[in-house]
Design a protein around this ligand. Structure first.
Ligand code: KPL
Length: 307
């Protein structure tokens, strides 16, 4: 099976590196030329919880080097999805399985339309990873990767992809209701990411501080109302307690959104709080706090992106 990791940032490199080590036919596809050259010249250097090593894996910026893929693991930042699939459209056939492991609420219909395959699977990963430089990735933490078919049920495709990831030591499991898994993780990102990005506090600090904790709780409460109205079954009974627990367990982390803001990059606000705002408005659930957080992050992005 030819596996293409589309988007060889930190998470894509962790997945691609593990798959290559397991002997899979894998190629990393990314527009970042220096990163691709470093991987081809020296190997992909992964450090951190899974060990310090150089992994031999093919990398390219050019779809022509790939041909077509049997499995595409989509790991680009959500705001680059359209560009990435459009640029590399030729790697997809109607039989390609497209597994997104992106953060936030990804629009599966859009993935189907852009790629031309209806075999789209959704994955939620608990791995933590950071890019250190071209060819250099830090594996910060291991976690389960839960995979499912967005239409529900555990299909043969889901089982097959889970098996491939497990062979590569990526600790995967299948879920018959991946929407519930996505929305549960979304609760943590909704509460933690914009509040940390706006205040520059670390995950644990926004819980200790009553003012920031109150905003975090209000945002999660609204998102929970949206989820309940959509009849989404979360994996937890008390989303606020869950988000507080995640923030405490990752207390010293800078959230991904805070890192984006510090590096003056676009954030994933549109697929996190922004997605809840869009849906809440459609179904008539109040999403005022999420709208304020979304608009503040967008204003902040504009202050540095316009430079
Ligand atoms: O996923 C995260 C992120 O930073 O995006 C959390 C759970 C908030 C951990 O930092």
């Amino acid at each position: 099976m030819k596996i293409v990791v589309l988007g060889a940032g930190a998470m894509g490199s962790i997945f691609g590196g593990h798959l290559a080590e397991a002997g899979e036919d894998v190629i990393l596809l990314d527009v970042w030329r220096e990163h691709v050259e470093a991987i081809n010249n020296k190997g992909l250097h992964i450090t951190g919880v899974s060990g310090d090593r150089y992994i031999r894996v093919r990398a390219t910026t050019d779809a022509k080097d790939v041909g077509t893929a049997d499995l595409v693991i989509l790991a680009v930042k959500a705001y680059n999805t359209k560009d990435a699939i459009t640029t590399y459209r030729s790697i997809f056939t109607p039989n390609t399985i497209l597994l997104t492991i992106q953060n936030g609420l990804i629009d599966v219909k859009m993935l189907e339309q852009l790629s031309g395959t209806s075999r789209v699977l959704v994955g939620v990963t608990g791995h933590g990873a950071t890019m250190l430089g071209p060819g250099e990735v830090y594996h910060a933490g291991r976690g389960k990767t839960v995979i499912g078919d967005p239409r529900g049920g555990i299909t043969e495709e889901v089982k097959h992809v889970v098996e491939i990831l497990n062979r590569a030591n990526l600790e995967a499991e299948a879920s018959p209701d991946v929407r519930g898994v996505v929305w549960t993780k979304l609760m943590a990102n909704i509460g933690i990411n914009p509040v940390t990005a706006l205040t520059r506090l670390r995950n644990g600090e926004i819980v200790e501080n009553p003012e920031t904790r109150a905003i975090m709780e209000m945002a999660v409460r609204e998102a929970y109302e949206v989820a309940k109205t959509l009849k989404i079954k979360l994996l937890v009974d008390d989303p606020i307690a869950y988000v507080i627990d995640v923030a405490k367990k990752t207390a010293t982390n800078k959230s991904s959104m805070l890192q984006d803001v510090e590096r003056q990059r676009p954030t994933e606000i549109d697929v996190i709080n922004g997605a809840v705002v869009r849906i809440g408005k459609q179904i008539g659930v109040s999403v005022t706090v999420n709208e304020i957080l979304t608009n503040l992050i967008k204003g902040l992005e504009r202050s540095y992106l316009k430079k």
